[in-house]
Write a protein that binds this ligand. Structure first.
Ligand code: NIG
Ligand code: FE
Length: 411
């Protein structure tokens, strides 16, 4: 299968030498070629360059992109898109003034989703998650990380992870799977939190590993959820099975989660609304990606993470949607770009780097995804005709992702 995309107004985020991530002031650079071609062979990017040197590929299918830009697909490194049922009632409660923690204490929040998920069949969960997958694919996402965490019992966590495995085998999108048994303490363990941690350590982690159902382990390490000590126990247990952490940290308080993530070589620490100098210092010189989820801060009406401070200190940052029914019911990465620009003062180049190459790193895919680079998986989209790449975050409600390709094939 050969594909030649011609007359591309701008080919965005090209890479000659693969890099692991883009950090600090380098995030303002977005390597691109004007009036370009892109050649795809066998599902991989094979070649690209200016139209003036476009080789003849007589046997390739030709796609004309006059007036349009080509981007590598977005990488969405943090979602909870397997769930049963929406939670718009809590949304209204929030508008009326209840806090996230107050809603959680009343058995709402994550526990509400857990109750519904336990009652749903694997097939029902798969069908509804696939609708969300198809939606995000049409919005330009080409790789997604999906977490468990609404099961909160061994049986239901395994059920969620099997749904994620099925998505991986039946959809052309690249999928990474994360075990998040420690998302909340389930009702039946109320007041016995350490026993629930025992269950995760002694039963859930070994079974998840035995069935090879997860790439990573996550813990909601924050005020009112799991402590640093509990998180450490779970990360240590998971490390024995080779599960690297990607943790929810510092969404609700300066909880120590960022430093703990760095200590355990987490691939990413995510949320980070509460990040001070010490947290930034610990992330510098680490291999942990600071992943920001502005969709959650937007939806919950909370303060945004200090992206400017982080980037100015020299850190790389990634962006993800956090697609979930409680704090971010959207997987639209283009809207995430707009929020990053308007609310966190990231310039469009920084936001695009954060949503592509850096987010690919945050899900262990920087060798194969996140940029237009020879040998990488040909996941990309062609925009509608647009004047500039800055127009993507600027026109924040326009659907500008037009033609989507995964593994070199039109979707
Ligand atoms: O990433 N912060 C913890 N977990 C999710 C929220 C999940 C929910 O409310 O259902 C998040 O925002
Ligand atoms: Fe999350």
């Amino acid at each position: 299968m050969k594909l030649l995309v011609k007359n591309i107004k701008k080919l965005v985020q090209i890479e000659d030498m693969p890099k692991t991530w883009v950090a600090g002031s380098d995030m303002k650079e977005l390597p691109s070629i004007d009036d370009a071609y892109l050649y795809i062979y066998d599902g991989l990017f094979a070649d690209f360059g200016p139209m003036s040197s476009c080789p003849d590929h007589p046997d390739a299918e030709v796609v004309d992109a006059t007036g349009c830009m080509v981007f590598p697909s977005f990488c969405d490194s943090h979602t909870h898109l397997v769930y049963a049922g929406s939670r718009e009632i809590e949304y209204v409660d929030k508008i009326r003034g209840l806090s996230y923690e107050e809603i959680a204490k009343r058995g709402g929040g994550i526990l509400n989703s857990a109750e519904r998920l336990r009652a749903a069949s694997e097939d029902e969960l798969f069908e509804s998650a696939m609708e969300r997958i198809n939606e995000i694919v049409s919005l330009g996402t080409g790789a997604v990380e999906v977490k468990s965490g609404y099961g909160l019992s061994t049986e239901s966590e395994l059920k969620m992870l099997r749904v994620i495995r099925r998505i991986r085998s039946e959809s052309p999108i690249t999928v990474k799977s994360t075990f998040l048994g420690a998302h909340a303490v389930p009702m039946e363990y109320r007041g016995r939190q350490s026993e629930y941690v025992d269950l995760i350590v002694k039963e859930m982690i070994p079974q998840v590993a035995a069935e090879n159902l997860a790439d990573y382990i996550d813990v909601f390490c924050d005020k009112g959820f799991f402590t640093v000590e509990e998180t450490e126990r779970m990360l240590e247990a998971a490390a024995k099975y080779g599960l690297r952490p990607k943790i929810h940290a510092n969404e609700l308080a300066l909880s120590g989660g960022i430093q703990l993530g760095v200590k355990h070589s987490a691939l990413s620490v995510d949320h980070l609304e509460f990040t001070g100098e010490e947290e930034i210092a610990s992330l510098l010189d680490s291999t942990t990606m600071a992943t920001l989820l502005p969709g959650a801060a937007f939806f919950l009406g909370m303060d945004y993470p200090p992206a400017r401070k982080m980037i100015d200190a020299g850190l790389p940052v990634a962006l993800a949607s956090d697609y979930n029914p409680g704090s971010s019911p959207s997987g639209d990465m283009k809207f995430i770009l707009s929020l990053a620009c308007v609310k966190m003062r990231m310039v469009p180049e920084e936001a695009i780097n954060a949503a592509t190459i850096n987010s690919a790193y945050a899900m262990g895919l920087s060798g194969t995804h996140g940029s237009i680079s020879r040998g990488k998986i040909a996941n990309f989209f062609i925009t509608k005709p647009i004047p500039s790449y800055e127009y993507m975050p600027y026109a924040y409600t326009q659907k500008l992702v037009d033609r989507v390709f995964l593994n070199g094939k039109r979707i």
